[in-house]
Ligand binder design. Structure first.
Ligand code: HPA
Length: 275
């Protein structure tokens, strides 16, 4: 087995996403110190990849119950050093970012409510780690996604600021006005702490935001059916971008996203706890 094959690309998406890749292996249970998750192995652009469906294989898990530490630990334990993610979002600027837009997450703000596990470094025996978050999203993967979009004739992949809410309810119009004033451009429920936890594991992480609707108060009522329909329609474009990036990745690990300097070598002893 070549080194190339031993460092599979990690992929994270919503339920049903694996269908966009053609043939994926059946789900495989991976036990981690934070619980067991299901992943699927597949081949993308000639490269081995591992897909984790963050809401679970049967979409049973709401955003605040996603076992993010378990899912990312599972990917890392299978050799993943780079992760491409995607998430549905509402648009705070529907004139500029209408439904159907694919955008690159450039930065994010966390408005979850503290109920999600935010770190692997949760006390002794592990060190305290204050993850450096100036460039939370991998610049190299971002460049590769932008180039892939240009090569595939998809036009410019704009970079957006994501605000992550706790959910599962959608936002009120007042919340959306407040987030817009703070500088957010899209709103979703799943991008954090996922991006930060990936970086704690020393994995480069990039995310494609799929705009599925105008955020609350900016158009009519938001329908779950519309969100699902738009997300489904974008799958082929996301898969095409990921395939293009996968095909161009060499064997070297991401050089711009090392683990935090205080982190012990992976797999460090995990104190356990919920996902
Ligand atoms: N708000 C939060 N999460 C979302 C939205 C939204 O409008 N659309 C898709 N995911």
């Amino acid at each position: 087995m070549s080194r190339h094959e031993r460092t599979p690309l990690g992929l994270i998406g919503g339920t049903g996403f694996e269908q966009a890749f053609g043939r994926a292996a059946p789900p495989e249970a991976v036990a981690t110190p934070y619980g067991t998750v299901a992943v699927r192995r597949l081949s993308l652009g000639g490269r081995a990849a591992v897909f984790w469906s963050r809401h679970g294989e049967d979409h049973a898990l709401p955003p605040h119950r996603i076992p993010t530490r378990a899912g990312l630990w599972a990917l890392r334990s299978l050799g993943v050093r780079r992760v491409l993610a995607t998430a549905a979002v509402g648009s705070l600027a529907p004139d500029r970012l209408p439904p159907g837009t694919l955008a690159l997450v450039g930065d994010a703000m966390d408005f979850t409510r503290g109920g999600r596990a935010q770190t692997y470094f949760d006390g002794p025996p592990l060190p305290v780690v204050h993850l450096e978050a100036t460039r939370l999203y991998c610049p190299d993967l971002g460049d590769r996604l932008r180039r892939a979009a240009a090569d595939l004739g998809m036009g410019e992949l704009v970079e957006v600021v994501l605000v992550v809410t706790e959910g599962p309810r959608l936002e009120t119009p007042a919340e959306i006005r407040a987030f817009a004033r703070l500088g957010a451009e899209v709103v979703g429920m799943t991008g954090l702490p996922e991006a930060a936890l990936a970086r704690e594991l020393g994995m480069g992480y990039a995310s494609l935001a799929v705009v599925t609707n105008a955020a609350a108060g900016l158009a009519g009522p938001i329908s779950g059916r519309d969100i699902d329909r738009r997300a489904r329609k974008a799958r082929a474009r996301v898969a095409a971008l990921w395939r293009r990036v996968a095909a161009g990745l060499g064997a070297t690990p991401c050089l711009c996203c090392p683990p935090p300097p205080q982190a012990p070598p992976f797999p460090w002893p995990a104190p356990g706890g919920r996902g």
